[in-house]
Design a protein around this ligand. Structure first.
Ligand SMILES: C[S@@+](CC[C@H](N)C(=O)[O-])C[C@H]1O[C@@H](n2cnc3c(N)ncnc32)[C@H](O)[C@@H]1O
Length: 520
């Protein structure tokens, strides 16, 4: 046993280069900026993960993230390990007083003037759920006939582990200590006998909240405006430029007089240039004045410049909050292989790795429905007609899949990737043009169908990792130095597709052709 532990022992600290690589990845992904003092934290939080992956050094882990994580799942694990998630029920209780004394009375006043009885609150870094549940309970306490109101709380975080805890809504008794006993009895159900019992949030509280993975650094999958936004104890992890940009974007999502709540140490003099400070890290959006404003509306938002986005959409589709509330929670990224197609009508990410194959990302920016295919025209001896029919079939599967999920053909936009000349060294002379043939096919097909090709990375000589977020149309592209087995996998796939094409159009490689969807 000791021998085994020694064999997979992990060094107890990261060297400079490894630490820099890991903190750069975290920064690029989340905006979280780790100081040199966080080196021990990085070692201790990641050591277990290295053991699970049977890796001996942090350098090997960096290599794993770079070369062996096509779906981005390990990058999400890195984010989950390195973000700090401390939170409590009724943390900084004065903010809930502002809900009761400012936000709810404002909404009542508007309702008395004939506006809808509606309240929208965003808990933008909700961690394990203590914050959005505290907001929900505070609102239920302040609105005696809450059922007559349309109340929705969006609770989001970049860390999928804490979101799962939040969504489960079950806590040990000590977590509930900050809550009044009356709230515990009214809004939780006790489960199990002592010791080891827990408290579960009641469904009527939970039903007010939609939990979603939203990375504050990326385009947001909604265009809602809020009566209040809680963005507490997360700005401290960002650098000054990132903080200012985020606050400008958040301010643009507040209604006039809406409140922005920040954490206790997140107050800064420059905030007073954008908001009216109400004290205790509460800021009120000023009424709009004619002329330019420093707050950013959804239409003015741009992805962070340090993010490696190819053809990143500058347009976040309009999604009403109730659409988000009704959508299923975001699952892990869907990784597709050669011959597969995946369509999503809900927030999520589709990933793939390409060599000579091509992938077309198609999306309808208005409905947010979109999908990706991954294919290559078949190898010889298929005649040119059969080869093109194969490609057309791959494209039609994607288009029909999107239309079946609510997308409009006339609004579709395309981004296309791949078609590298990877197989050329392995194949005979007349097969050297594989990548080029596929690129030419995609371009011609899109032109014939009048689908605008708004971004592309086609050709070249290196594999690509593609991450596509259909709801925003955003695509992240990473050039890989190599991709294990890719060349042999593509060769096998290409000869199989030749047989399928010669067999007269039965493209069994695309599973579930009825739906045009083979999302894993
Ligand atoms: C210290 S917790 C704060 C929780 C809660 N707001 C509170 O004040 O109790 C910070 C949270 O911010 C989240 N976070 C960090 N970077 C983020 C990003 N780019 N987008 C969304 N959430 C992020 C972390 O995952 C973590 O759950």
């Amino acid at each position: 046993m000791t021998a085994l532990l020694t064999a997979i022992a992990v060094p107890d600290s990261v060297c400079d280069a490894e630490f820099n690589a890991l903190r750069n990845l975290l920064y690029r992904e989340t905006g979280v900026s780790l100081s040199d003092a966080k080196r021990a934290l990085v070692s201790s939080r990641l050591a277990r993960r290295l053991r699970q992956l049977n890796l001996r050094t942090f350098g090997e882990y960096v290599g794993y993230l770079r070369d062996r994580d096509p779906s981005g799942a390990e990058l999400q694990t890195l984010v989950n390990c390195l973000t700090t998630n401390k939170t409590d029920f009724l943390r900084e209780p004065h903010h809930f007083g502002f809900l009761r004394e400012v936000v709810v009375p404002d909404a009542r006043r508007r309702a008395a003037q004939g506006e809808p009885r509606r309240l929208r609150i965003w808990s933008a870094a909700c961690s394990q759920g203590d914050e959005p549940y505290s907001i929900a309970m505070a609102l239920l306490e302040s609105l005696p006939s809450a059922e007559a109101w349309d109340v929705k709380i969006l609770a989001s975080d970049v860390n999928t582990d804490v979101l799962a805890t939040a969504q489960a809504g079950e806590y040990p008794p000590e977590k509930l200590a900050p809550l009044p006993d009356a709230w515990r009895n009214k809004y939780f159900i006790r489960r199990g006998g002592a010791p080891g019992h827990t408290y579960r949030v009641r469904p009527e509280v939970q039903s007010l909240i939609a939990f979603r993975r939203i990375n504050l650094m990326e385009p947001w999958p909604h265009q809602a405006t809020f009566d209040a936004i809680f963005c507490r104890n997360v700005l401290i992890y960002f650098d000054q430029t990132t903080q200012e940009r985020l606050v400008q974007r958040l301010g643009g999502r507040l209604r006039e007089h809406g409140l922005l709540m920040l954490g206790h140490s997140e107050s800064s003099p420059w905030l007073a240039e954008l908001f009216d400070p109400l004290g205790k890290t509460v800021y009120r959006r000023r009424p709009a004045k004619p002329g330019p404003s420093r707050l950013l509306t959804a239409a003015q938002e741009r992805p962070r410049s340090s993010t490696a986005a190819a053809g990143a959409s500058t347009h976040t589709p309009a999604l009403p909050l109730n659409r988000i509330a009704g959508a299923p929670a975001i699952g892990p990224p869907r990784n597709i292989l050669a011959g597969q197609t995946c369509v999503l009508a809900e927030p999520g990410e589709i990933t793939t790795i390409l060599g000579s194959c091509v992938a077309v990302c198609l999306y309808d920016p208005q409905s947010g429905v979109g999908g990706m295919n991954h294919f290559m025209l078949p190898a010889q001896p298929v005649d040119a007609g059969a080869s093109a029919r194969y490609g057309v079939h791959a494209m039609e599967l994607l288009i029909t899949g999107i239309m079946k999920r609510g997308g409009e053909r006339g609004r579709l936009q395309a981004k296309a990737f791949g078609g590298a000349n990877l197989l050329q060294l392995q194949l005979t002379h007349d097969s050297c043009q594989i990548g080029r043939q596929n690129v030419a096919f995609v371009k011609k097909f899109l032109a014939d169908e009048q689908i605008p090709l708004v971004a592309e990375k086609l050709g070249g000589g290196q594999p690509l990792r593609i991450r596509f977020q259909p709801q925003t149309g955003r695509v992240l592209v990473k050039t890989l130095s190599r991709a294990a087995d890719l060349v042999s996998r593509e060769r096998i796939y290409r000869s199989k597709s030749a047989k399928a094409a010669t067999a007269g159009g039965e493209f069994t490689l695309f599973t579930n052709p009825g739906l045009g969807n083979s999302c894993p």
